[in-house]
Every structure is written in structure tokens, then in C-alpha cells.
Design a protein around this ligand. Structure first.
Ligand code: SF4
Length: 255
């Protein structure tokens, strides 16, 4: 183990045994679906918009089709959903620039897809990640944000869920370490790209990532590292059927 990413940490929190199956034994866990294909296509569009690159009118549709074609052969594609997603993406895309300008007013793009590979304190391993976007505003603040695709939006519970917001907290911590920036000058945000919302398909909102939250996020990270290193892989039965359910539920891998 030379590094840990936030998605690996999330897998471990979800179920340490799931982490073992997918990350240690390398058995394919969740490999993607229409929603992840859509997320990654629209993410590519956002990246290009931030970099002010020219985008062909059918760029999004081409990306979506490519991502769908790369899904696991065993995954049965919901064609109606994909057609709906083409329209949903076309509704979101023209709103991205206005939403950025309304939220930050004046800003300069510092980085897009910024890689992080930072040493973790007291450990011989690195924290690995990619920050979707980093922008600077004239008040001297630096803003880190992450694009998230969703259906109608996120409720209050989701917006403050620790294992959702810790992503930004950890990105901020290791970004400040990498750039040697005072965390007081860095703010974190999510940018929601809503497929089915009737209005405001692009919404930015701020997530606080102060010292206490950073301490809590690092505690979870260190706990995961300790348990992974000691090969302690406890089954979290609460996660077997929650959400979309675990693909290993009642299989030879996890009965
Ligand atoms: S079926 Fe349940 S216990 Fe087994 S790996 Fe999945 S979440 Fe963990």
C-alpha cells in the first residue's frame, strides 16, 4: 500500500470487508452504470468550460456514448434513460458558465483536475486525489470545488453528511500542504449538476472545512489506514442492502 484515495477511504467506511474484496483481492466491485457515464461526460464538459476551450456542439453526446459503450458487458443498458440523459445534459450545459459567474462573480482559474499526492503525517504513504477545480477571487481567497451530478438536488442531510463533505475537507488539507497555503484562506464548495431539476440545474454551495472538521476527517483516514495495515476487515452488514445494495451480498464472496 503506497497511497490511499478518498474513494478508497469511502469504500472502507462503507464496509471494510468490501474494501478487502475490491482493493486487496481485486475482485471487481461496482464498475459503473448510466449515471457514472453521464457524470463523467458532463464532468469533461465542465473541465473544458473552465479552461475556456472550444467545445464541439456534440462533444457531450459523443462523450456520453463513448462512456456507455465502455460499461461492463454484463450491465444491461437502459436506453430510455440514456436518451433522457442526452436532453438533461443539453439543459445543464448552457447554465454552467452563468452559474460560475453568479456564484464567484470575479475569479481566475488556478487549476483544473489538480493532482494531489501528499505524504500523510506519521505514515509511509501518500494521500492521492484530483481536485476538480481551484479558482482565486480578488478578496485573496482560494476556492476548491468538486462537480457532483445528481437527480433533483441534495437535501440538507446529504449536504452535511460527514463522508460526503470529508472529501472536500481532505482535499483542502492536502492542497494547503502541497501549496503551503494558510487554510484560513481556502474555502470549499460543491457544484451540483442536476439532471431532473425544474430550475437552477447548476447550483454551487459552500461547505465549511474548519480545523475541527479537518481533525475529524484525518481521524477517520488514520483509523482506516491502521485497520487496513493490520488486515482487519470487519463486515458492515448495515451496508449489504443499503442504497443500490452490495454486489457481493449473498454471493460466494460474502455469504
Ligand atoms: S455483502 Fe455486506 S458485508 Fe459483504 S462485502 Fe458487501 S457490504 Fe460488506
Amino acid at each position: 500500500m503506497s497511497h490511499i484515495s478518498f474513494s478508497e477511504l469511502k469504500d472502507w467506511v462503507h464496509c471494510a470487508f468490501y474494501h478487502k474484496l475490491t482493493r486487496v483481492e481485486k475482485i471487481d466491485g461496482f464498475t459503473g452504470n448510466e449515471y457514472t457515464a453521464f457524470g463523467s461526460a458532463i464532468h469533461s464538459v465542465c473541465e473544458k468550460k473552465l479552461l475556456q476551450e472550444d467545445i464541439e456542439t456534440d462533444f457531450f453526446v459523443k462523450e456520453l456514448k463513448k462512456n456507455i459503450s465502455e460499461l461492463d458487458e454484463e450491465h444491461e443498458i437502459n436506453k430510455k434513460l440514456v436518451l433522457d440523459m442526452v436532453d438533461q445534459g443539453k439543459r445543464i450545459i448552457p447554465e454552467i458558465e452563468d452559474a460560475l459567474n453568479d456564484y464567484f462573480e470575479e475569479f481566475e482559474v488556478m487549476a483544473v483536475e489538480m493532482p494531489l499526492y501528499e505524504p500523510i503525517d506519521n505514515e509511509e504513504l501518500q494521500f492521492k486525489g484530483f481536485i476538480d477545480a481551484v479558482v482565486a477571487t480578488p478578496d485573496g481567497k482560494v476556492h476548491i470545488f468538486d462537480w457532483k451530478t445528481c437527480s433533483w438536488g441534495w437535501n440538507a442531510k446529504k449536504r452535511s453528511e460527514p463522508m460526503v463533505t470529508y472529501q472536500l475537507t481532505l482535499y483542502k488539507h492536502y492542497f494547503c500542504q502541497k501549496m503551503n497555503i494558510d487554510p484560513k484562506n481556502v474555502e470549499t464548495h460543491f457544484a451540483l449538476l442536476k439532471r431532473t431539476a425544474v430550475k437552477d440545474p447548476v447550483e454551487f454551495f459552500r461547505v465549511t472545512s474548519g480545523p475541527k472538521k479537518t481533525e475529524n476527517a484525518l481521524k477517520v483516514l488514520n483509523k482506516a489506514i491502521y485497520n487496513i495495515k493490520n488486515e482487519r476487515y470487519i463486515k458492515n452488514r448495515l451496508s449489504c442492502t443499503s442504497g443500490y445494495g452490495c454486489k457481493f451480498y449473498k454471493t460466494e464472496h460474502c455469504s
